[in-house]
Design a protein around this ligand. Sequence first.
Ligand code: SF4
Ligand code: SF4
Length: 143
Amino acid sequence: MTDAELKDLDREVKKLKRIASEWASQLHDLVEDKLPAGYLEIQGDGVMDAYTALTRGGAPYTPTFVTDLNQKTCIGCGRCFKVCPRDVFELVERDEDEIDEDMDDDQMSVMSLKNALDCIGCGSCARVCPKGCHTHQALPVAT
Ligand code: SF4
Ligand code: SF4
């Protein structure tokens, strides 16, 4: 193999390494995002039934618990924080790398899930959010 061919091969290996590393990083992020909700979905060796409750009048209903909050669409208005009866949310500073120049000063803060396991699944946060940031799911109780 000539020196030029060796150099080409070296360049190709470096390029493929870089691509592999980017894919590994994306895979890592995907697993990290899915873990909290995935843990709640899977209990023991099978999937358990979603928790159901009764109204005072005895009618059954299924709470849907908050499992995610899309910080990319959140405008930090605080409506979900104010309406939540269980102190599930916390307003935090946006990460530097998420700030872009089109954002106003009041978009420097973003809502986050402080304690999702305190959620009672009332759905109020989703009803008041102007940006549809919340994801809810019917789930078994996390024990
Ligand atoms: S569903 Fe109800 S308890 Fe749960 S986070 Fe939203 S407002 Fe709070
Ligand atoms: S109501 Fe929606 S937009 Fe407003 S802070 Fe909560 S998640 Fe963000």
